[in-house]
Design a protein around this ligand. Sequence first.
Ligand SMILES: Nc1ncnc2c1ncn2[C@@H]1O[C@H](COP(=O)(O)OP(=O)(O)O)[C@@H](O)[C@H]1O
Ligand SMILES: [Mg+2]
Length: 265
Amino acid sequence: MATQLQPGLTLTETIELEHLLLAETPAEPPAVDARDIGKAFGDRRVLDGVDLSLRAGEFVAILGRSGTGKSTLLRILGGLDPVFTGTADVPDRRAFVFQEPRLLPWKRIVDNVRLGQRGAAGKAHARAALDEVGLGDFHHAWPKTLSGGEAQRVALARALVRQPELLLLDEPFGALDALTRIKMHVLLQELCLRHSPAVLLVTHDVDEAILLADRVVVLDRGRITLDVNVALATPRLRADHAFGELRSQLLAALGIDEIAEGARA
Ligand SMILES: Nc1ncnc2c1ncn2[C@@H]1O[C@H](COP(=O)(O)OP(=O)(O)O)[C@@H](O)[C@H]1O
Ligand SMILES: [Mg+2]
């Protein structure tokens, strides 16, 4: 932060004043503040005391083995499942993207994107969002004419049009081929730069988590067992030593033996 000299004060006095002011400035409230989240299906305890907070605009990836409660946690934080214990403070403007695009086949693309947003303004917002995901020419098309990657871009546009403060992504690129996935990573990064929502991304792809997130948490049997900042310079390169070290740390937390995996590959 640059020091701004104040009239009538020496430099030392100015710095002291700045420290005082900084100490008094209330920290921005978190975008997500979840405490002690618990969830059971019948006798089966799926979430067991999850604490998770996100700053506004922060991008957090959630890794975890299959069946460990990732989607359950996301649904609770997205307000799709009201039955849980603990407390979850989340923004009102939230949007979800799932692994499958979930487009309504009887509605044209633009009408899928503007679901619930009426009138000419709704249509204009939807077309702007489609432009942003590179599908401006597709607004009149039917969902069945799109490739998997295009359909998933429509799902992103449908999320964007709600101007979410919290974007919840549940393995959104899991069904896409490797090349399309790389393009989607670039698109998601651009959209996040432009709109700055807080993002919760569930993925089973460790590299995807490191490439995209500010922070990665590992969920294991309903608890967060690791929470690390991704302190890597951009652009993040898989070949970098620090990238590899973080990958190893995360794989170990997931209980995956890299050497055994390498031998099998
Ligand atoms: N509606 C449900 N009814 C009963 N069990 C469920 C339901 N949803 C999820 N589960 C169970 O909860 C566990 C966690 O599921 P989920 O959150 O989908 O895991 P993940 O997304 O990490 O793979 C699984 O054992 C799953 O079978
Ligand atoms: Mg899941």
